[in-house]
Design a binder for this molecule. Structure first.
Ligand SMILES: [Zn+2]
Length: 257
């Protein structure tokens, strides 16, 4: 954004009326979601409610509001060469990068019938994932391991698709415990396995950077579905293999049956 554009946005903002805000693209999308009774929490995908071309307008609106935030923080973006384009950059980062999992449809995942009738434990990971906490929008950096036990009726998906789907769910403001459950739901629906295990280990910058400022703490959470819920041996095998992949100790949290 040029200085002239920044100035134009500022002038447009000063002229903004409550009626303009009600006509905003964000307000239109929000109304569609409410009318459909659809939840739109930070970690929900709302792609089905965004019409073609609206994402560009939405990005512009986020930029305007981000400029409001910078102005309210009393940062002289008109004269500070470092922040003159910050509202534009942050809007693009939120909509097109770090939170795109809210606005983009799910990645296409081709599945294959399990013709060989594989029924042994498959482990995928570690998959590197990045997200932000819903509470402070601080980064979360983590790794995910998946354990899948298919049967003859299950579908199998390509290795890279595991990473794509995890990235899609994690590219939203998240809470780690909910993210793990959401990822489990996505894979359960697509693979229809008899058992599914998800393990996520992540560091949260809202602990490192602010609050208690603990540089070491990490969080491990898991979701155990199907046979993993009642087969302690299978759970142990999964955690042992994930631990081997990690090269260090991994503790699963909860879901003991
Ligand atoms: Zn936080």
């Amino acid at each position: 954004m040029t200085h002239a554009t920044a100035r134009a946005i500022r002038i447009a903002r000063e002229d903004r009326t409550p009626q303009d805000d009600a006509r905003s693209v964000a307000a239109c999308i929000r109304k569609r979601l409410i009318d459909a009774g659809q939840r739109f929490n930070a970690n929900d995908n709302i792609a089905a409610f965004i019409h073609p071309g609206e994402l560009d307008a939405l990005r512009d609106e986020v930029e305007e509001r981000m400029q409001d935030v910078l102005d309210t923080l009393v940062i002289d973006t008109a004269n500070d060469h470092n922040t003159v384009d910050t509202a534009h950059r942050v809007a693009r980062m939120f909509v097109d990068e770090v939170f795109r999992g809210r606005y983009e449809h799910a990645p296409r995942v081709t599945s294959f019938p399990n013709v060989a009738g594989i029924d042994e434990l498959i482990i995928v990971g570690p998959i590197t994932v990045r997200s932000a906490c819903s509470h402070h929008l601080c980064p979360i950096m983590g790794r995910i391991w998946l354990g899948v036990v298919p049967d003859a009726d299950s579908d199998l998906i390509g290795l890279s698709k595991y990473a794509r789907l995890c990235d899609w769910v994690m590219s939203r403001p998240q809470i780690q415990e909910e993210a793990v459950a959401m990822i489990a739901d996505e894979f359960e629906r697509r693979i229809r396995p008899v058992g599914l295990a998800i393990l996520m280990e992540a560091t949260h910058f809202c602990i490192h950077w602010r609050g208690v400022r603990d540089g070491e703490a990490s969080m491990t959470s898991s979701a155990m579905r199907g046979t993993f819920r009642h087969d302690a041996g299978l759970r142990r095998e999964f955690l042992h293999l994930a631990k081997g992949a990690a090269g260090r100790q991994v503790h699963a949290v909860g879901q003991e049956s």
